[in-house]
Design a protein around this ligand. Sequence first.
Ligand SMILES: NC(=O)c1ccc[n+]([C@@H]2O[C@H](COP(=O)([O-])OP(=O)(O)OC[C@H]3O[C@@H](n4cnc5c(N)ncnc54)[C@H](OP(=O)(O)O)[C@@H]3O)[C@@H](O)[C@H]2O)c1
Length: 304
Amino acid sequence: MAAKEIEVTGSGQSRLFVTGSTGELGRLVIGELLKRIPPGRIVAGVRSPDHEVAKQFVAQGIEIRVADYAQPETLVKAFQGIDRLLLISSSADDGRLAQHENVINAAKAAKVGLLAYTSLLHADTSALGISEDHRRTEAILAASGVPHVLLRHGWYMENHVHLIPTALQHEVVLGCAGEGRFSTASRGDFAEAAAVVLTTEGQAGRIYELAGDESYTLADFAAAISAAAGRPVAYRDMPEADYKRMLIDMKLPEVVAELIADADTGASRGELEDGAQQLSALIGRPTAAWRQAVERASTAGDGQ
Ligand SMILES: NC(=O)c1ccc[n+]([C@@H]2O[C@H](COP(=O)([O-])OP(=O)(O)OC[C@H]3O[C@@H](n4cnc5c(N)ncnc54)[C@H](OP(=O)(O)O)[C@@H]3O)[C@@H](O)[C@H]2O)c1
């Protein structure tokens, strides 16, 4: 993984663009880029310049450009003069693939030199419901001729950490992952990996399977919450349909309930586990430890 840092000095050097920069992952990527290159080399793609985060970027000397995945004309304009682009997968429930295709077409028209795409862990073989859009986006990228690199993300640690207040309240973690293991990683680590890839040479054609160094079952997760909080918390495994129904009853939109339950079932088949440790190799340090994240959230006072 001997990648050479890109030229970070001088004017007129390569410009890096981050789509979805106002989102949770996007703003962390911008933060990691700022540690590596001057703000004048970074362009943040936003849907609205009035977004509070967009205003913060401007105050930091970062150019913002409107880049709406659903409005191709904004994309072609936004990508002018851009050498490297991070396409953060869309959070849209519908039309996600078409949005990604818009971005890829615009990147091609603007002759972007490298497009990094945040795909899904083992997207080529995954049977998760969300894998289809990622697999098809990867295929569109391959057919486009745009030089690209795939950042295949595993499950975000925050997806589980957010469950902790409810788990503490009811003294139970519910799910349908069985004994399946999750090699989760934090958004911060995924963001750092993206920044490393965007600022180093020799990335075109690479595929990274990015996941945390350690894996755990939901029973391990419940036991860690229990140990940290000093209260009983157990894991209760449910049939997928019951778990999905329960999530809907908890007022989650059906599409989100479907995604969460489907991911658990995928984990039970081993699809969210990965022991290759490519993420820590890329960022040059161990990934954030899930137990520490659980301890922090379990002792933070929420859910008491
Ligand atoms: N593997 C996992 O466990 C996992 C978990 C969560 C998310 N993800 C994926 O990672 C992506 C980023 O996650 P996140 O936590 O940063 O999500 P997030 O906080 O919801 O941010 C989504 C970003 O996408 C932008 N966006 C939405 N629709 C857009 C459009 N039509 N055109 C341009 N930008 C648009 C949003 O802009 P606004 O700020 O204007 O709304 C926001 O900046 C998600 O979209 C999802 O695909 C994966």
